[in-house]
Design a protein around this ligand. Structure first.
Ligand SMILES: [Fe+2]
Length: 249
């Protein structure tokens, strides 16, 4: 078989990386399943282990189709397995719920690493016209996203469980009380806003007062009023009396 061209070499490189991660997570999932005591969580982990094995199989098939596989693929697997975080799982956390919480956080992070790997593979494959690899990457990514969504719910429920398991109820109430004491301060906020109209009214009154005093000062320092203006203030008419023609007899 001839060597793959640049396009296929790059596709194989990306799929090798994805394959290595899937194989690493296979062994990690086995450890998580052993440690998990919560039934629905354990069941979902088992389901995802089957999905993960399926992803690795489909990737391997596609890698071989594009001229990859063999020693290169085995080397990738050996490297990723050496870097696996499995030994940490057994010593995590003080309580049972906390151990599961820490595992869920690591799994959530792993799922997002896979999501980004498949998003990059899908985009690259589409760009170079490989619809088969693009579809494979999209289908796998959707399964990883569903698992990440499930883990998000687990992280929330396990965090709540840790609070119940490890913090005495009196201390949890104390936190609630300190939060409720802060609330009246928040209610005072609208009163501050109402201070603005008051300030505006005061400023308006001051302006009116100043204008009034300026009006009062006009005769002393302002322009001299005209004779017509003076007459008007005195209630006089500035019109001359109309001349009356003498009657003819
Ligand atoms: Fe996954």
């Amino acid at each position: 078989m001839s060597d793959p061209n640049e396009r296929d070499s790059k596709l194989v490189q990306y799929m090798n990386e994805a394959y290595g991660k899937e194989r690493e997570l296979e062994s990690a999932l086995l450890a998580y399943i052993d440690m998990t005591t919560k039934a629905p969580y354990k069941k979902r982990l088992k389901q995802h282990l089957r999905e993960t094995k399926g992803h690795a199989r489909e990737l391997e098939r596609r890698i071989k189709k594009l001229g990859g596989g063999g020693h290169a693929l085995q080397n990738v697997v050996a490297k990723t397995m050496a870097a696996a975080k499995a030994p940490l799982h057994a010593i995590r956390g003080s309580g049972e719920q906390e151990k599961m919480l820490k595992n869920a956080k690591t799994q959530y992070s792993d799922e997002h690493e896979e999501i980004s790997t498949y998003l990059a593979l899908e985009t690259f494959a589409s760009k170079v016209g490989d619809k088969v690899t693009a579809k494979l990457a999209r289908d796998i990514r959707r399964e990883e996203e569903r698992m990440a969504k499930f883990l998000e719910g687990q992280i929330k429920s396990l965090s709540s469980a840790v609070a119940l398991e490890e913090v005495p109820s009196a201390q949890r109430r104390a936190v609630k009380a300190s939060v409720s004491r802060k609330r009246p301060a928040a209610k005072k906020a609208p009163a501050k806003r109402s201070a603005k109209p008051k300030a505006a009214k005061k400023s308006q009154r001051q302006t009116e007062k100043r204008e009034q005093s300026e009006r009062d000062e006009i005769p002393a320092g302002g322009p001299r009023p005209t004779s017509r203006g003076r007459s008007r203030r005195l209630g006089e008419s500035h019109r001359r009396p109309r001349a009356v023609a003498p009657r003819r007899r």
